[in-house]
Design a protein around this ligand. Structure first.
Ligand SMILES: Cc1cc2nc3c(=O)[nH]c(=O)nc-3n(C[C@H](O)[C@H](O)[C@H](O)COP(=O)(O)OP(=O)(O)OC[C@H]3O[C@@H](n4cnc5c(N)ncnc54)[C@H](O)[C@@H]3O)c2cc1C
Length: 268
């Protein structure tokens, strides 16, 4: 396991060069123990009854929040890519996950952690998504990764595009509780001739979506027209469409929230 955040109790590097075996490292105390030992520099060998939770513990130790949370089949982009005919991929898959701020502060480690995470995802998790990409003994078929030439196993990843988004401007702006007041409006850049547009800008749609980004573009245009004293008609502004069909489900969720229960989708 790679190291993760620094321990708040013991000194850094206390267990450098040490190897620790943790049983039951997939959950509970075992997982926390494994994570703490890894933070202190130990090479941790975790064991447990089920492979999946162990892989997740390894991902957490590497500074990642969990498995990939978003998967999208992006086959439609292939028509716009140039490939030698005999190497043309059959499909394209995009996978995204959360890289905590703490991990993003150390780019080289973040990059190594993401790469390791992809390897583990393909070896242990991807079987749920792509069962036919595994042989009869449950091994991922690395040769299915397009463009890898003669490389075998994980080195075939070098032909794929993967990245750890560590630059602040590449980070994803979430709409977390209490964060609204920190957003700037299009005309609040602090410079007379600079107007802000992007999904982080405060509009009627404070959500990281295409709608929010578009709305901020219109807000920037209107701020500019305003500052210039232009007579042109301003762009129309919108609010986020709230589908009435979703109301009953939202009401159930509100009731569950008041009762201290998780959202229905978060229950096993
Ligand atoms: C995994 C994922 C799934 C999503 N799914 C959906 C969805 O289903 N529906 C939806 O509506 N929205 C979705 N979103 C959100 C949506 O993609 C964003 O809200 C939207 O793209 C934001 O647009 P933007 O123009 O504000 O920023 P971006 O699209 O991030 O554009 C900013 C651009 O600026 C460039 N840049 C940064 N710094 C510099 C610099 N210094 N110089 C020059 N260029 C720079 C960046 O490279 C980037 O191209 C998703 C986002 C993610 C990450």
């Amino acid at each position: 396991m790679a190291e993760s955040a620094h321990s708040r109790i013991f000194r850094d590097g206390l267990l450098d060069q040490q190897v620790c075996l943790v049983s039951g490292a997939g959950s509970g105390l075992g997982r926390e123990t494994a994570l703490e030992l890894a933070r202190l520099g130990a090479a941790v060998v975790g064991c447990g009854r089920r492979e999946e939770p162990l892989v997740e513990t390894a991902g957490l130790a590497a500074g990642l929040a969990g498995s990939f949370e978003t998967y999208a089949s992006m086959e439609q982009v292939l028509a716009h890519e140039e490939w030698p005919e005999d190497e043309r991929p059959g499909t394209a898959a995009y996978l995204c996950g959360t890289l905590p701020d703490e991990a993003a502060r150390e780019p080289a480690r973040a990059s190594a952690a993401v790469r390791q995470h992809i390897v583990e995802f393909l070896q242990y998790r991807a079987i749920d998504l792509w069962p036919h990409a595994f042989d009869s003994e449950g091994r991922f078929q690395w040769n299915l990764l397009a463009g890898g030439g003669n490389a075998e196993g994980p080195p075939r990843l070098e032909s794929q595009y993967w990245t750890a988004n560590v630059d602040p401007s590449d980070r994803y702006v979430q709409s977390l509780p209490g964060s609204l007041g920190h957003r700037l409006q299009a005309n609040e850049a602090g410079y007379d001739n600079l107007f802000l547009a992007g999904d982080y800008v405060r509009t009627n749609i404070d959500l990281a979506t295409m709608e929010g980004a578009n709305e901020s573009g219109r807000a920037a245009v209107n701020a500019l027209l305003d500052a210039a004293g232009a007579k042109a008609a301003p762009a129309s502004m919108y609010t986020l469409y709230q589908p009435p069909e979703a109301e009953p489900f939202k009401e159930i969720d509100r009731q569950r929230y008041r009762a201290g229960q998780p959202n229905l989708f978060d229950t096993p």
